[in-house]
Design a protein around this ligand. Structure first.
Ligand SMILES: CC(C)[C@H](C(=O)O)[C@@H](O)C(=O)O
Ligand code: SF4
Length: 469
């Protein structure tokens, strides 16, 4: 028997047909829908007079456009585009009979937080969403990636997707993680090593003892940023943690179905001797808390580093983008990361807004207060259920006592599509995944960090090593 990778197994289990030119049709088990990338897809169905092929395979929620202050209905959303998109999703899901966790539903949240939380995504599935960070779900041992709006329509209409098999890449992180080093630091370090094009054309499997030691939520943080590493899909093999995570989720199977499913899920690992097109090995001991300094996720360094000198960069293209990044970020080559001052802090996004992220931030914030120079610290849970759990644990009080703001679930300051945004020139310690120019608001300057590092920056008013706090 040929040894297969996890990706090969998932692909083959869903392959409907394959052509000689390599294009294929795969069956999609689950589609997650949000308000930004779905309006034209539903419009297309309407024009063609089609109904969704398997209506129950779809789950919808609102996230990008929602304010993170309480509101009662779409009509309360001030920004017109946002209001229309939220209202349109409500109308479309009602008209087509699709389940939506909408305004006021405690299950509402960021798509990639809501779906695994509900057990809407399970090991072995193919999962798509009109959103690049769909890769998050791969942490459960499924094949999950983003698609475009016309593909959203295609999947709604046919439950299939035209796809091309990607190459296999293995990123192996072996050894024990240092204290204070989290899943976010692991993935930022990986991107620092392989670059934002490192995973192009590949599906990445994250493996090794350091990955196995992470919780399923931590693995989601890692898989979330596969796209920033150039790969559309990232995944982690199923183990007992995966199975425990799925147990008793609202949409997970029960009884004999559960037993049968779990038995199958345990086969969702790469076989011994499976061949990968590319293998990257990383020593866990090399990973320190990370801070991005530039305008690409690969411009990232350990917190105790100093910023790179462009004149030492041999590659003229890289040197050019470094110089541009310095200009945009208002930073000087050679300065220490710990000398970068912070104006706002954002703890949230599909990368880091699950309960364990909030616990990590609260542990740092407990008994401390935000620095006076920091204008705002937003803590935004990934879903209504995360919010509820955090409140049951008293985390909201810890944040409020520290001078942080405790908000309603949504994408918030991860991207400037709702009222939470940076002003020009402001530096933000952010637990999100993208630091492109203007990502968090025009002229805003994003530094990607872990939740603990973000909370520490809020307290100190500049980046500090969370291990020294
Ligand atoms: C709005 C959406 C299409 C987009 C994505 O696909 O990633 C957003 O979620 C993002 O993070 O930039
Ligand atoms: S939290 Fe950010 S990265 Fe995640 S889906 Fe929303 S906008 Fe995209």
């Amino acid at each position: 028997m040929v040894a297969k990778t996890l990706y090969d197994k998932l692909w083959q289990a869903h392959l409907v047909t394959e052509r000689d030119d390599g294009s294929a049709l795969i069956y999609i088990d689950r589609q997650i829908i949000h308000e930004v990338t779905s309006p034209q897809a539903f419009e297309g169905l309407r024009i063609a007079g089609r109904a969704p092929w398997r209506v129950g395979a779809n789950f919808a929620t609102i996230d990008h456009n929602v304010p993170t202050t309480p509101f009662q209905s779409a009509a309360d959303i001030v920004d017109e585009t946002s209001r229309i998109q939220v209202q349109t999703l409500e109308d479309n899901t009602r008209d087509f009979g699709i389940r939506e966790f909408g305004i006021g539903d405690v299950r509402q949240g960021i798509v990639h937080v809501m779906a695994p939380e509900q057990g809407a995504v399970l090991p072995g599935m193919t999962v798509v969403c009109g959103d690049s960070h769909t890769s998050t779900n791969g942490a459960l041992g499924c094949l999950a990636h983003g698609i475009g709006t016309s593909e959203v329509e295609h999947v709604l209409a046919t439950q299939c997707l035209v796809a091309k098999k990607m190459k296999n890449m293995l990123v192996k992180v072996e050894g024990d993680l240092n204290p204070g080093v989290t899943a976010k630091d692991v993935v930022l370090h990986i991107i620092g090593v392989i670059g934002t094009a490192g995973g192009n054309g590949h599906a990445i499997e994250f493996a090794g003892s350091a990955i196995r030691s992470l919780s399923v939520e931590g693995r989601m943080t890692v898989c979330n940023m596969s796209i920033e590493a150039g790969a559309r899909a990232g995944m982690v093999a199923v183990d007992e943690k995966t199975i425990d995570y799925c147990k008793n989720r609202p949409f997970a199977p029960t009884g004999a179905d559960w037993e049968r499913a779990a038995q199958y899920w345990r086969t969702l690992v790469s076989d011994d001797g499976a061949q990968f097109d590319r293998v990257v090995e990383i020593d866990a001991a090399d990973i320190k808390p990370q801070v991005s300094w530039g305008t690409s996720p690969e411009m990232v360094l350990p917190v105790d580093a100093t910023l790179p000198l462009p004149e030492q960069e041999q590659d003229p293209v890289k040197r050019g983008s470094m110089e541009r990044a310095y200009q945009y970020m208002g930073l000087k080559p050679g300065m220490a990361i710990t000398d970068i001052e912070v104006d706002r802090v954002f703890i949230g996004s599909c990368t880091n807004s699950r309960i364990e992220d909030l616990r990590a931030a609260a542990e740092v914030a407990q008994g401390r207060r935000k620095s006076d120079r920091v204008k705002q610290v937003l803590v935004v849970p990934g879903s209504g259920l995360v919010k509820q759990q955090a409140e049951a644990e008293g985390l909201d009080k810890i944040f409020i006592d520290a001078g942080f703001e405790w908000r309603e679930p949504g994408c918030s300051m991860c991207l400037a599509m709702n009222p939470d945004r940076l002003e020009a020139g402001e530096h933000c310690a952010s637990t999100s995944n993208r630091n492109f120019e203007g990502r968090q608001g025009n002229g805003g300057r994003t530094h990607l960090v872990s939740p603990a590092m973000a909370a520490a920056a809020a307290i100190a008013g500049r980046f500090v090593d969370v291990r020294e706090l």
